[in-house]
Design a protein around this ligand. Structure first.
Ligand code: G4P
Length: 529
C-alpha cells in the first residue's frame, strides 16, 4: 500500500469520560467489532476504585508487564484505528491532558443518569481549546436517566459544545425500546431478552412507516416522530466540516454494556473522524504526508518488571515513515539515536515493527534519554509544542531519608519527573526541592517507586501553597519586577526548565501580587507564549 494510502486509513483517537461513565466498556465493544478481541472482559480496566496506592501499584505492575493497553489498535472496514488510553482518575488528569496532544479526535462518554460530570468538563475544555473534533456518546440508556433534551442542553451549557444529535432514544430505562439513527435514517430496536447480543437488533427503514407503530406501539412511535421533528427544528444539521473544525459535535445514544448503538457510533466514526492531522511545531506547521519522519514523545511508561528496568517512550508519528534501525535526531540532545526494537501496539499485545506511519504510536525502549515533549526527526531542528504543565494542586517538600543514597534519590526524582509523574520546583532561597502533584495519591506512588526502583528513601514535609504561577514580566529590567523578586523571594522557585514560578500561598496573596505588580502576568499553565 502506498505511503499516502497508509496515512489516509489511520484514525487515532482517545475516549474521555468521568470515571464509571463506561469508557472501558465502550473500548471493549469497539475492539469486539474490530475482531481484535474475542470476548468481553479482555480489556483490563485501569481504574482505581478505592483510590488506594495498592490498587495503583497493582495496575502499574500489570501494565509494566503488558503496557500494550496504553494503545489499542484494531482494523475495521480497512481502517486502522488507534485508541489511546486516557486514565479517568482525576489524580492522573495530567497524563490524560498529555495524551490528548497525540490524538486526532476524541469520543466523549457521558452517563445518561449522571449527565456532565467534573472530569468530563475539564477534559472537554482542553479539547475545545485545541479544536479537537469530538463525538459525544450518551451511555447507559438501558437505565433510567435524564430526559434527552435536558441532557443535550446540559452538554451545550456545561461543556460549551454545539450539539447535533445523530441518533435519538426511543424511551429510556425500563421502557427503552431502541434508537432512531438520524445519521443512517433507520431504527434499531432493543430486544429486551437478549440484551447481551450484538446482532439482536431489528431494522426499520423509515420513521413514517406504520411498521414503527407495530414495533414500539403507537404512543412511543408518535412521541419519537414529534421528538425528531423537534430535534430537526432546534439543532443544527450535521456538517462534517464544522465537526472537523471543532465547531459542531455529533451526539449518539446507546448502551455500551449491551452493545447497543456502538456499531452506529463506529460506522459514523470511521466515516467522519479526521485522518492524521498536521501539527504545529515552534518552527512551522508539519504535514503528515511530508517525506521525512518527525514525531514527539507524549508519554513515558516505566517498566515495573524488576528484570527489565528500561522505560518505554510513546512516540506519536506526525510525518513521514518511522523505520526500525534508522538513525533519528533527538532534537533536545542534538544526538542521533537508532531503535532496534520499536514496538507497535495491538489490542492485547505489542510487537516489534519495521515501519510505522503518521497517526501511529511507536513505543521506544529508553534508558533515560527522553522527556515528555521531546521531538525526534530525520535531522531537521524542529520542536513540537503543546505539552504544557498545569499548576499542581498539592505541594510538599521532599527530603532525603537515607544520606547514603542521595545520588539514587536525585536520579530517581529526575527520571520520575521526566515521566511526568509530578512536577519538581527548586526554591530560589535555599535550593530545597518541592514536589507538586495533581492528586495526593502520587506522593505515595513516588515514595514507593523511589524505594523499589532506585533504592532511595524519602520523606515529605507539608508546605502551604495554593497555586504555582508561572511569571511573565513585560520588562525584566523594570523596577516593578525587581521589587517583586525581592519582596517575594521566599515564594519563588524554578520549574524543571528553569522557568520562574511564584508559589502563592493563598488566593489572597496572589490577588495582592496581581494588584501590586500590574505589569506582571501570573499563569496557571507553563506555556503561555
Ligand atoms: P469507566 O471505564 O468509564 O470508568 O467505566 P466502565 O466501562 O468500567 O463502566 C463502569 C460501570 O458501568 C461498570 O459497572 C459497567 O459495567 C457499567 N456500564 C457500562 N456501560 C453500561 C451500560 O450501557 N449500561 C449499564 N447499565 N451499565 C453500564 P461496574 O459494576 O462498576 O463494573 P463491573 O463490575 O461490571 O466491571
Amino acid at each position: 500500500m502506498s505511503f499516502l494510502k497508509e496515512i489516509q486509513r489511520r484514525r487515532t483517537f482517545g475516549i474521555i469520560s468521568h470515571p464509571d461513565a463506561g469508557k472501558t466498556t465502550l473500548t471493549e465493544k469497539l475492539l469486539l467489532f474490530g475482531g481484535a478481541i474475542q470476548e468481553a472482559g479482555a480489556v483490563k480496566s485501569n481504574k482505581i476504585k478505592k483510590g488506594a496506592t495498592s490498587d495503583f501499584m497493582e495496575i502499574e505492575r500489570q501494565r509494566g508487564i503488558s503496557v500494550a493497553t496504553s494503545v489499542l489498535a484494531f482494523e475495521y472496514d480497512g481502517i486502522k484505528i488507534n485508541i489511546l488510553d486516557t486514565p479517568g482518575h482525576k489524580d492522573f488528569a495530567e497524563d490524560t491532558f498529555r495524551t490528548l496532544t497525540a490524538v486526532d479526535s476524541v469520543i466523549v462518554v457521558i452517563d445518561v443518569a449522571k449527565g456532565v460530570e467534573e472530569q468530563t468538563e475539564k477534559l472537554v475544555e482542553v479539547c475545545r481549546m485545541r479544536n479537537i473534533p469530538m463525538i459525544v456518546f450518551i451511555n447507559k440508556l438501558d437505565r433510567e436517566g435524564k430526559d434527552a433534551f435536558d441532557l443535550l442542553d446540559e452538554i451545550e451549557q456545561k461543556l460549551g459544545l454545539t450539539v447535533s444529535p445523530l441518533s435519538f432514544p426511543i424511551g429510556m430505562g425500563y421502557d427503552f425500546k431502541g434508537i432512531y439513527n438520524i445519521w443512517e435514517k433507520n431504527i434499531n430496536l432493543f430486544s429486551g431478552d437478549s440484551r447481551k447480543n450484538i446482532e439482536e437488533t431489528i431494522e426499520v427503514s423509515d420513521l413514517s412507516s406504520p411498521e414503527l407503530d407495530e414495533l414500539v406501539g403507537e404512543k412511543a412511535a408518535n412521541t419519537l416522530r414529534e421528538e425528531i421533528e423537534l430535534v430537526e427544528g432546534i439543532y443544527p444539521q450535521f456538517n462534517k466540516d464544522d465537526y472537523l473544525k471543532g465547531n459542531l459535535q455529533p451526539v449518539f445514544f446507546g448502551s455500551a454494556l449491551n452493545n447497543f448503538g456502538v456499531r452506529e457510533l463506529l460506522d459514523c466514526f470511521v466515516e467522519i473522524a479526521p485522518k492524521p492531522r498536521p501539527k504545529q511545531s515552534e518552527e512551522r506547521l508539519v504535514e503528515p504526508n511530508e517525506d521525512k519522519f518527525t514525531g514527539f514523545v507524549f508519554k513515558i511508561h516505566a517498566n515495573m518488571d524488576p528484570n527489565h528496568r528500561d522505560r518505554l517512550a510513546f512516540v506519536k508519528i506526525v510525518s513521514g515513515k518511522f523505520e526500525r534501525n534508522k538513525p533519528y535526531l533527538h532534537v533536545r540532545h542534538n544526538k542521533k539515536l537508532k531503535f532496534s526494537s520499536p514496538n507497535a501496539f495491538f489490542a492485547e499485545k505489542k510487537e516489534i515493527v519495521d515501519v510505522s506511519y503518521p497517526g501511529d504510536i511507536v513505543g521506544l525502549h529508553d534508558t533515560g534519554n527522553f522527556k515528555i515533549g521531546d521531538t525526534l526527526t530525520e535531522g531537521e531542528e524542529i520542536n513540537y509544542r503543546g505539552i504544557p504543565s498545569f499548576s499542581p494542586e498539592h505541594f510538599r517538600y521532599i527530603n532525603n531519608a537515607d544520606p547514603l543514597k542521595s545520588k539514587q534519590l536525585y536520579k530517581g526524582i529526575d527520571q520520575l519527573m521526566d515521566e511526568g509523574v509530578a512536577q519538581l520546583f527548586t526554591l530560589d532561597l535555599n535550593g530545597r526541592k518541592v514536589i507538586g502533584t495533581v492528586g495526593a495519591l502520587q506522593y505515595e506512588v513516588i515514595q514507593y517507586r523511589l524505594e523499589h526502583e532506585y533504592g532511595a528513601k524519602c520523606t515529605y514535609e507539608n508546605l502551604n501553597v495554593f497555586k504555582a504561577c508561572w511569571v511573565e514580566a513585560e520588562d525584566e529590567k523594570s523596577e516593578e519586577y525587581k521589587d517583586f523578586l525581592r519582596v517575594k523571594q521566599r515564594f519563588l522557585a524554578k520549574d524543571k526548565h528553569g522557568q520562574l514560578v511564584f508559589l502563592a500561598d493563598s488566593p489572597f496573596s496572589l490577588q495582592m501580587s496581581q494588584q501590586k505588580y500590574p505589569s506582571l502576568k501570573f499563569h496557571f499553565v507553563s506555556e503561555f507564549n
